[in-house]
Design a protein around this ligand. Structure first.
Ligand code: F6P
Length: 319
């Protein structure tokens, strides 16, 4: 293996730049050439390539977003498109590809590997929803963003004695919601991993009100319903008034936390080692503080579940 490429795909996540830097620096350290592919898989077809030098990844470890841009590219599911991508990569003299992204990006990486082009996946998504790894790049930063946002919302909730619904991202996973619930001391958390029960939400709010508490924070994961839908349900069923705050894409931005930078650096460097060891069709991950690698399909053929013990804890601590 003499020349490898790296791309970021799917939703951007803080720490992707740190991962790109790690891939490039580790590869150069190992005597490899590195190419950055811009705009994800689409960039292969458009030959959107940049030779990566040590300096090309200077001053990016602290930046959110991705220097290589990202795109969702549904056409990459097609065999013909994948075959064309492989022939372009080969024409460029590229021997292996590191894909930083979520489960959709992993499917593309596995298809290329099955067609004979070695790929390694690095988990980059704020959703923390990739089976096989306990943490993904960007989750810790997004979680901190949500926590600090809720701290601010709580100031207003307390001052005006209002209840707030905070809608957070996470796609079908409740990780951001449940971790933020514990970290920000939310009174109620609604996540996809626990059956939704409007009566339970109402009784928690009423119990708080009965003991004289006039404000509450309810976090709802977008995978269950929107914040506005929940607000309407509370109003219709129990006449409860709430304010809604949808945090939206601000959760994807910002300078990565130390934890995300370190995780991304470890993942990126390990991905290069895996290609050099001749491994392909695998993803890097972290379990019990140790780096692991496992077959890419494990990441998208099983279903991720947020840690429901945190949900229970959040409930117990906000009685
Ligand atoms: O996967 C990251 C994520 O931010 C999800 O939490 C969210 O559901 C989705 O992407 C939003 O995607 P888009 O930016 O394409 O609207």
């Amino acid at each position: 293996m003499k020349k490898i490429a790296v791309l970021t795909s799917g939703g951007d996540a803080p720490g992707m730049n740190a991962a790109i830097r790690a891939v490039v620096r580790k590869a150069i350290y190992e005597g490899l050439e590195v190419v950055g592919i811009k705009q994800g898989y689409q960039g292969i077809l458009e030959r959107n390539f940049e030779a990566m030098t040590l300096g090309a990844v200077g001053d990016i470890i602290q930046r959110g977003g991705t220097k290589l841009y990202s795109a969702r590219f549904p056409q990459f599911k097609e065999d013909a498109v994948q075959a064309e991508a492989i022939s372009i990569l080969r024409e460029e003299g590229i021997d292996g590809l590191i894909v930083i992204g979520g489960d959709g990006s992993y499917r593309g990486a596995m298809s290329l590997t099955e067609k004979g082009f070695p790929c390694v996946g690095v988990p980059g998504t704020i959703d923390n929803d990739i089976p096989g790894t306990e943490y993904t790049i960007g989750f810790d930063t997004a979680l901190n963003t949500v926590m600090y946002s809720i701290d601010k919302i709580r100031d207003t909730a307390t001052s005006h004695e209002n209840s707030f619904i905070v809608e957070v991202m996470g796609r079908d996973a409740g990780d951001i919601a449940v971790w933020a619930g514990v970290a920000a001391g939310a009174e109620t958390v609604v996540i996809p991993e626990v059956d939704f029960d409007i009566d339970m939400v109402i009784s928690r709010l009423q119990r708080s009100a009965d003991r004289g508490k006039k404000h509450s924070i309810i976090i709802v994961a977008e995978g269950v319903m929107s914040g506005h839908t929940l607000a309407n349900l509370l109003k219709e069923k129990a006449g409860i008034e709430t304010r809604v705050s949808v945090l939206g894409h601000m959760q994807r931005g910002g300078s990565p936390t130390a934890r995300d930078r370190v995780l991304a650096s470890r993942f990126g460097a390990r991905a290069v080692e895996l290609l050099l060891e001749g491994k392909a069709g695998v993803a890097v991950g972290i379990r019990n503080h140790n780096l692991v690698d496992y077959d890419l399909p494990e990441a998208y053929e099983s279903k991720h579940q947020a840690d429901v013990s945190l949900y229970t804890l959040s409930e117990q601590l906000s009685i």
